[in-house]
Ligand binder design. Structure first.
Ligand code: NAD
Length: 494
């Protein structure tokens, strides 16, 4: 384990130590109408790294109005080809600024720098994909009974509220903004209060790429203060939310009276199903990576390992060995494999689950400690064995580096365990038996599954959850359906 570099610690900066960053509204940086700001913390040190505007209803109103006005401005005259060019240019500029974006994301979200670089590249790739998609998403002609021509048009929904979490700030903002722009909408992006910095940079990049003012707005602030008035705003027609299931449910109810379009990417408690014919030398490190990467703060984290009893002990030993080897520490150090959690609150929450697991009778095989690295929010990767379905650590999303291992005897039992939570986002099936892989791919209730792999996300393929894990599918061509309305037109030939 390595500790953050033992350089002189700066005195704790306050929100006023440097000018606060404003919202990005109507193509300009703007302070909050109230004048209030709040600090943004570096989770590896616990120190303030910036201050940003604290948005409230009046700021949400200004942002929604700017976006609405932009829908009637030059943006509405952009041909599909011009929109595609603007999106390609955003991708190019993200790459041109890759190192500074990666450093910012790494510092703000506590990500190991190598991972942050990968995420910046993924954001660029996402804009590139939707730049290409602009010209490949179109309506159809339909042979109807009446005499004439029937065809469909794809039209923008209008002003889209894009609300994002702190675990992949730039990536998830891109997943929403790129298809929203591809479909000619205007957007107000409300990044998580903990990680607003790369969203503000992305808005500037969009402006530099030639996206007209007001098409991309960023409203910084807290969920109930800034996000909620945005969701309720009468000019907002679409809400795309990624975050916790509890908030997603609440926002869906808020959007209901005005029948806004809603898509939700929510929590998960995803399983790895490991059968006795699995290649354990490949599966164990992969299963460890699938729950410990991003310090477990990943909606697709395979936080439950359901393992055939014949290989259960072997699996637990191998996965715990991987956990113990992980280098936890300073995100700036290229050798670091796991950084801190996002906040003291998240650290307390994860440690609370570690305590709950022990109290409920699970065996803590390793990790679950809080090393003192001088102010950061670190927790070491934990493996629990003997986890029963009735336990909270089996049922509830921890969103931290905690793997829960549970043995099973039969295929039916494995499926019942896999489906035995409220969630259904991702899952992995480890077996060399193709028939079993196919049977289980059908039976596991989950929006995303991988066989002999833990990968969940491909820009080109749909992503989203069953059950309490969400509504709608992001990424791939499916995402364009979230950001467009279908209009059917019939022309009589008489
Ligand atoms: P969160 O729900 O607390 O916050 C997410 C966003 O919603 C933030 O921008 C927050 O400010 C905003 N928000 C909170 N309360 C609000 C309110 N009342 N009105 C409007 N906006 C509000 O979630 P989080 O803690 O930032 O992120 C962690 C959660 O996100 C986990 O549950 C995780 O599984 C989920 N997540 C899901 C996916 C996915 O694709 N399914 C991806 C990443 C994270």
């Amino acid at each position: 384990m390595v500790s953050p570099k033992a350089e002189k610690k700066p005195a704790r900066k306050t929100a006023v130590a440097r000018p606060a960053l404003g919202h990005w509204i109507g193509g300009k940086e703007r302070p909050s109408i109230s004048g209030q700001t709040f600090p943004v913390v570096n989770p590896a040190t616990g120190l303030d790294m910036a201050a940003v505007a604290r948005g409230q209803a009046a700021d949400a109103d200004a942002a929604a109005k700017a976006a609405d006005a932009a829908l009637r401005g030059p943006w509405s005259k952009f041909s599909p080809r011009q929109r595609a060019r603007a999106l390609f240019e955003i991708a190019r500029l993200i790459r041109a600024n890759a190192e500074s974006l990666a450093e910012l994301e790494s510092q703000n979200a506590g990500k190991p720098i190598g991972e942050a670089r990968g995420e910046v590249e993924a954001a660029a790739g996402c804009f590139e994909y939707y730049a290409g998609a602009v010209s490949k998403f179109f309506g159809e002609t339909i042979p109807v009974g009446a005499s004439g021509l029937d065809f469909t048009l794809r039209e923008p929904v209008g002003v889209c509220a894009l609300i994002t979490p702190w675990n992949y700030p730039l990536v998830i903002a891109s997943w929403k903004l790129a298809p929203a722009l591809a479909c000619a909408n205007a957007a107000v992006l409300k990044p998580a209060e903990a990680t607003p910095l790369t969203a503000l940079r992305l808005a500037r990049i969009c402006a530099e790429a030639g996206v007209p003012e007001g098409v991309v707005n960023v409203l910084t602030g807290f969920g109930p203060e800034a996000g909620e008035p945005l969701v309720k705003h009468p000019l907002v027609r679409k809400v795309s939310f990624t975050g916790s299931t509890a908030v997603g449910r609440h926002l869906m109810a808020l959007a209901a009276p005005s029948l806004k379009r809603v898509s939700l990417e929510l929590g998960g408690k995803s399983p790895s199903l490991v059968f006795d014919d699995a290649d354990l030398d490949r599966c164990a490190p992969d299963a460890a990576g699938a729950v410990f990467s991003n310090a477990g703060q990943d909606c697709c984290a395979r936080s439950r390992a359901l393992v055939h009893e014949k290989i259960y002990d072997d699996f637990v030993e191998k996965v715990a060995a991987c956990a113990k080897k992980l280098r936890v520490g300073d995100p700036r150090d290229p050798k670091t494999e796991m950084g801190p959690l996002i906040s003291q609150r998240q650290k307390d929450r994860v440690l609370g689950y570690v305590a709950a697991g022990k109290e409920e009778g699970a065996e803590l095989v390793c990790g679950g400690a809080a090393p003192d690295f001088g102010g950061g929010f670190f927790v070491t990767p934990a493996v629990f064995a003997g986890v029963a379905p009735r336990m909270r650590v089996f049922q509830e999303e921890i969103f931290g580096p905690v793997l829960c291992a549970t043995p099973f005897k039969t295929e039916d039992e494995a499926v019942a365990l896999a489906n035995g939570t409220d969630y259904g986002l991702s899952g992995s099936i480890w077996t060399r038996d193709v028939g079993r892989a196919l049977r289980l791919a059908r039976r596991v209730q989950s929006g995303v599954l991988s066989i002999n792999s833990s990968s969940s996300v491909h820009i080109e393929a749909p992503f989203g959850g069953f059950k309490a894990s969400g509504l709608g599918r992001e990424l791939g061509m499916k995402a364009l359906e979230l950001y467009s309305e279908v209009k059917n037109v019939f022309i009589s030939d008489r």
